[in-house]
Design a protein around this ligand. Structure first.
Ligand code: SF4
Length: 701
């Protein structure tokens, strides 16, 4: 593809879009990122649905979606809208339509936006394998277009907006047979519908490309951005805003992390105009999570300095951007090739699993107490293994405390290698027990100190991680490479602005270039510079939690800052710090790797957020099934509220538990329905039996 998905990968300039009005809420252009959610009440329950909308609006939700499974529900949207207006609430409403063009036509009369799913609007979704000739395929598209056209015309007449919302799990049989369940299939499916809108002169369209797999969602949105840019460049309709989301994300910390990875990565690209975080929880809880994600980028997008800074970055690192874009495949996962280095007994790089380390800060004065505390904290997380313990040993007597601490760790049973951060000039004083040396790099560091650090690391046969902390990232990487350590690795952390800094080669650093709030972009620049220099040194991703952030925002920031590079195939280890309890910090690291689909530690739960179609209490059911199966490492279990969308949207789950009636469920193995209408009183046991029968069950420890 010749057109790029993003113009400025090092600065995240916001993708240019047209503005689409949804009632009196404008989406896209320079408007703030809008926060949405969806009701879970029965749409025929006017008062109950209005109550939930009212609660969502009070929490800060700007647009509310309500399911309209059939004509009766679509009709009742009018009553809900009237009730809300009576209560003084003018928040725009969106009708959620699957399989029912007639419901869409009715809903368009009552709400400000209609969401259709191109996978099932007028197309077949029966998991059938069919071969289409080109002529038959074109005929099918024409048939779908004819069914879709009346809705487009009515939305245009009434001034309604439309979301063409593709879901990875519910692509039509036709698209699946030609493209598979790929990002390309998702994009194609949406563009066929845009073609009809374009024919009718209707451009008030918003797109979504959701998946429960954050990697797939990122790739699909990027591909769509590139395809739309191509259309726009050819003078066609193509500047539509994007609604971001990771669907069926589940609940709790995992769901927040998965959403931060998917949504945050795209916002880092400058892609995204409205977001919904899907949680299998009370929908009101979705709003603060979405707000926290949006807040970070609203400030960035609205930064008045941005055009000047971005222009500077574009000029300063033009070559690097091209190297970055050539080095990563934005539309499918490809791990960056890195050489292997061994840190103590743990090897990283060379395609090995991404390692998880914790950084404790300054080396403890009371080695025995600190080691004991660390051992207890790690023991409380039996599912995960800490693969590196970081400490900082600057000044006096820092390095002298390393050996006693290493001994104390060993006595306490902590096997993880010791990763020691030390100023370059002190590297030579480190003892042989160090698994990896970390040397912070910033402007002004004497070149002689760099070579001395390289010699010290080589003498200990330890890897040397150059931690780039200065503004002149490219210059510092070059200087570190020139120092010539035998086992180099690189990381970037908090390159905060320093007044009047100068590059190593004495050229002034552009004053407007800042990396402090852009760790994702800094990692991209690092990888580009390593690529330009022909270096395959491993890249270590470091994240230090902001001590002023609340717990939820801290998790979201870690999810984005680590998850975005990981989904780009970058990162051989992740190092977390500042979260408090080290065991839980390590577990969070593993959760991020699982959310990015790079290292599976626990059962993966794919559960829908529930809606007016839901046939049981999804939150309670999910909690119950988690309690029974949460120890099954690597097994994917979907818990879905209805058989209308559930089977399609449970994506690549190994087993599915899908509501089929008020007190019954259907059980699936992959996409195959194997047990129908199982009474809910027996359903948990039957699911466990099914898992056992397929050889995936192990007894809990
Ligand atoms: S799968 Fe869940 S969220 Fe999707 S339509 Fe069914 S009940 Fe609603």
């Amino acid at each position: 593809m010749s057109t790029r998905y993003v113009e400025h990968p090092f600065s995240g300039v916001r993708r240019r879009t047209r503005v689409v009005a949804v009632g009196d809420v404008a989406i896209g252009g320079t408007h703030p990122i809008r926060v949405q959610s969806m009701t879970t009440t029965n749409t025929l329950d006017t008062a109950g649905t209005a109550d939930q909308v009212e609660r969502l609006v009070a929490a800060g939700c700007e647009i509310v979606r309500i399911t309209a499974p059939g004509r009766k529900e679509a009709e009742n949207l009018g009553a809900i809208a009237a009730e809300l207006r009576r209560r003084g609430i003018s928040t725009p409403l969106v009708a959620d339509i699957h399989f029912a063009p007639s419901a869409a036509m009715i809903a368009a009369e009552h709400v400000e936006k209609v969401r259709i799913n191109p996978g099932n609007y007028a197309d077949k979704k029966k998991f059938a394998v069919l071969e289409y000739s080109d002529a038959e395929y074109a005929e099918e598209i024409e048939r779908v277009a004819e069914r879709f056209r009346p809705l487009v015309r009515r939305c245009k007449e009434l001034g309604r907006a439309m979301r063409i919302g593709t879901n990875h799990g519910s692509l039509s049989d036709r698209i699946m047979n030609r493209y598979g369940d790929t990002p390309a299939g998702m994009v194609e499916s949406a563009l066929e519908f845009l073609d009809v809108c374009e024919d009718e002169g209707f451009e008030d369209v918003i797109f979504s490309m959701k998946s429960s797999n954050a990697q797939v969602a990122i790739q699909a949105y990027r591909l769509l951005a590139a395809r739309l840019a191509e259309r726009a460049a050819a003078g066609r309709c193509g500047g539509q805003p994007f609604h971001l989301g990771v669907t069926e994300a589940g609940d709790g910390e995992d769901a927040r992390i998965k959403s931060a990875i998917g949504i945050g990565s795209l916002l880092e690209d400058g892609i995204g105009d409205t977001i919904r975080v899907s949680l299998t929880e009370d929908p009101v809880k979705e709003v603060p999570v979405a707000r926290a994600l949006a807040r970070r980028y609203d400030a960035r997008f609205a930064d008045e300095e941005a055009p000047e800074r971005n222009a500077d970055e574009t000029t300063a690192s033009r070559g690097g951007q091209e190297t970055w874009l050539a080095a990563v495949d934005p539309y499918s996962y490809r791990r960056r090739a890195a050489r292997e280095i061994a840190c103590g007994g743990i090897a990283l790089g060379a395609g090995r699993e991404v390692r998880v380390e914790v950084d404790l800060g300054p080396v403890p004065a009371d080695a025995d107490a600190a080691a004991g505390e660390l051992a207890r904290s790690l023991a409380a997380q039996p599912d995960v293994v800490c693969e590196g313990v970081g400490v900082a040993a600057s000044g006096d007597p820092g390095p002298l405390r390393i050996e006693p601490f290493a001994k104390a760790l060993s006595m306490a049973g902590v096997e993880a290698p010791l990763v020691v951060s030390v100023p370059a000039a002190q590297a030579a004083s480190l003892p042989a027990c160090v698994g990896r040396i970390v040397v912070p790099l910033s402007e002004g560091i004497p070149e002689g100190d760099l070579s001395a650090a390289a010699r010290a690391a080589d003498a200990l046969e330890a890897p040397l991680e150059w931690l780039v902390c200065g503004l002149d990232l490219e210059g510092l990487v070059d200087a570190a490479l020139a120092a010539g350590a035998a086992r180099p690795a690189f990381s970037v952390l908090d390159a905060r602005p320093v007044p009047a800094v100068r590059r190593l080669d004495a050229r002034p650093v552009p004053a407007v270039r800042r990396l402090d709030a852009r760790p994702v972009h800094a990692v991209r620049r690092l990888v580009a510079r390593l690529g330009e220099a022909g270096s395959d040194a491993p890249v270590i991703l470091r994240h230090r939690s902001d001590p002023t952030a609340d717990a939820e925002s801290a998790i979201l920031a870690a999810g984005t800052d680590l998850g975005a590079p990981l989904c780009d195939g970058v990162g051989d280890a992740i190092v977390l710090s500042g979260f408090g309890d080290p065991g839980r910090t390590v577990a969070t690291g593993y959760r991020i790797l699982q959310g990015a689909r790079l290292r599976t530690t626990w059962t993966e739960f794919i559960s829908c957020p529930s809606c007016g179609r839901t046939l049981f209490d999804l939150e309670e059911t999910t909690a119950r099934i988690k309690a029974r199966t949460g120890h099954l490492d690597g097994v994917k279990i979907a818990i879905m509220g209805c058989i209308v969308n559930g089977p399609g949207e449970m994506a690549d789950a190994d087993f599915g538990y899908v509501g089929s009636g008020p007190a019954s469920v259907n059980l699936y193995v992959g996409k195959e329905l194997v047990e129908r209408n199982v009474p809910t009183a027996e359903s948990d046991d039957r699911l466990v039996e099914l898992i056992r029968k397929h050889g995936r069950w192990v007894d809990p420890h």
